[in-house]
Design a protein around this ligand. Sequence first.
Ligand code: MN
Length: 433
Amino acid sequence: MNMRLDATHAPTLRSWVTGANDPGGDFPIQNLPLGCFRRPGESARIGIAIGPHLLDLAACAGAGLLDDALATVVTAPTLNAVLALGRPALSRLRAQASALLAADAPARPELLVAQEAVELLLPAQVGDYSDGYASIEHATNVGRLFRPDNPLLPNYKHLPIAYHGRASSLVASGTPVRRPWGQRCSGEGPPEFAPSMMLDYELELGALIGPGNALGAPVPLASAEAQIAGLCLVNDWSARDIQRWEYQPLGPFLSKSFQTSLGPWLVTLDALAPFRVPARPRAPDDPPLLPYLDDAADRAGGGFAITVEASLCSAQMRAGGMPPLRLSRASFAGMYWTLAQLVAHQTSNGCNLRPGDLIASGTISGPTPGSQGCLLELTHSGSVPLELPTGEQRRALADGDELTLRAWCEREGFARIGFGSCKGVVLATDRAV
Ligand code: MN
């Protein structure tokens, strides 16, 4: 089992930081997610979220409050050097930050920065990005829309399907998404080049990698989690009309590469330890897995009980002071493939991962109504529009729509922890139609 608990997980632990002990908050002392931030006019720094504040890690290092190995890497503007040290270093950082922030430690408000006073940046400089297809409900629902007779392709239960994403267009939460142009073809007549009319989001979580593996040295499933520093929210914006025309035979290309948004917080695997669950059991008639994708530890504890949610607020809703409308809620525990299987599969050919690489899960959908993690599924490819509280209808995202992703973990006997949010508003295309 992957549930290694220590004093940093104790539900009774409190912090001296004002606002950090709210039981409904995302960032109690039991969480301590890592992120990057920038004060106006200054350069980027690394921090740890605590309540509504950030613990400034370069300031901690300057005050001699971190061990030497950590002090040399936390002054960088991104997390990559921290991730390169691997999970033991992240565990030490967690223990040292927890001790600094605990209620029985002296208050050091000079080490804090208010989150609302800074810009939250991408948590790491991502060199390579791939995106999975690990929810069998998502794969089945989407397959049915694209291929009604043959929804789940024969490879699905044998290997974790993924595509290579585009790292250059990963952006921080809060960055607007510009409606892309592309080729689309209705099937009647020739294709046209036009703004996408079927812009969508995908509700996902992603693993940030560290320390990485050497080229030619696959990561076995048993050590795959040593490569996963933690998880963050991911929105894989998707242009469905462009995707439908381009995706065969090599998979999505320009329908996804125009932008992908990342949440600001890397919630470490240590923080997630109390919320580990068995991998989703395979059905009795599912084919046996090849040995490199199967082991007892992954079956027993490869899952994460993380609740994920997407909500939408149209421009008209915001003007009317309405709250966002929840579009979906699902559990990450229901994924067909584990993150460790994704890592083992991706490196099984000898491909190397590097610190800060991103492996996203794919859209997180569940089996029940209201648990589908994208509009393609929720609207049955636009044939059943969603009704907003204003009376507006949505078959796809409209200009001005703001999408918000959230994720959190709750379990009896443990402090609730969360991932913050990943937001983006849709802007009209900036080219003449
Ligand atoms: Mn995706």
